[in-house]
Design a protein around this ligand. Structure first.
Ligand SMILES: Cc1cc2nc3c(=O)[nH]c(=O)nc-3n(C[C@H](O)[C@H](O)[C@H](O)COP(=O)(O)O)c2cc1C
Length: 209
């Protein structure tokens, strides 16, 4: 199934069949999609937790207004962005690039200045929001890859972020929760799968100028 066919097939799954688990290969495929999607400057200023633990998921469900996806899906991908991104993280990023493409770190002096200059021009709130936007792009990759593979998914942001941060100990790690992709297999009982897609006509959404 190509991506567009997959996007037409998928829907925001409300009820998952909790007996159907994704295979290891399916999970690795989804992780690859999330990892290979671009981010601004390539910084990937987020971390992705793949949550399986039933006790943690029961607590998260309470903090997500009881939404059943939290406990019924095969896995929960939780995207959390870094709340701070200082010169130390920039350095790690530059070292990784130099190592992978086999060039001396000294070549990165100009890029280092550009990155540190851009980041230091932002308030802490602007920086955290910028990082969160990057995490949403990664969620988009997860949705598209799942759709292409006919893996069911519900993208979600209907949860109490402060409570999620507390349950997962994110603040201590310099992270804050952004959004979720609950993945697995739809339950035959989920009525939403029979609804037609509601989308704007392309003539309204797009304008060629
Ligand atoms: C960022 C984002 C957050 C969402 N949050 C929730 C959520 O918390 N719970 C839920 O059931 N659906 C959630 N949805 C699903 C949307 O309501 C759904 O994608 C939209 O109504 C279009 O329907 P479709 O995905 O079935 O085509 C979210 C979708 C996105 C992209």
């Amino acid at each position: 199934m190509n991506i567009v066919e997959g996007l037409k097939w998928r829907y925001a799954t409300k009820r998952f069949d909790s007996n159907k688990k994704l295979t290891k290969d399916q999970l690795e495929y989804l992780k690859d999609a999330v990892n290979y999607i671009p981010s601004s400057f390539g910084l990937q200023p987020y971390k992705v937790f793949v949550i399986e633990n039933p006790e943690i998921r029961a607590k998260l469900q309470e903090a997500a207004w009881g939404q059943p996806q939290l406990t019924e899906a095969s896995q929960i991908f939780l995207f959390a962005n870094f709340t701070q991104y200082g010169p130390d993280k920039v350095e790690q990023f530059l070292k990784l690039g130099a190592e992978i493409n086999n060039y001396p770190l000294e070549n990165s002096a100009g890029y280092r200045d550009l990155l540190n200059g851009t980041i230091s021009s932002l308030t802490p709130e602007q920086l955290s929001n910028w990082n969160a936007k990057q995490a949403y792009i990664a969620l988009g990759a997860l949705v598209s890859a799942a759709a292409e593979q006919q893996i069911d998914i519900c993208p979600m942001e209907g949860f109490d972020k402060a409570k999620f941060d507390e349950i997962l100990g994110l603040k201590e790690q310099g992270l804050t929760s952004v959004c979720i992709g609950a993945v697995g297999s739809r339950s035959p009982e989920d009525k939403n799968q029979f609804l037609k897609k509601v989308r704007k006509p392309k003539s309204e959404l797009f304008e060629t100028i």
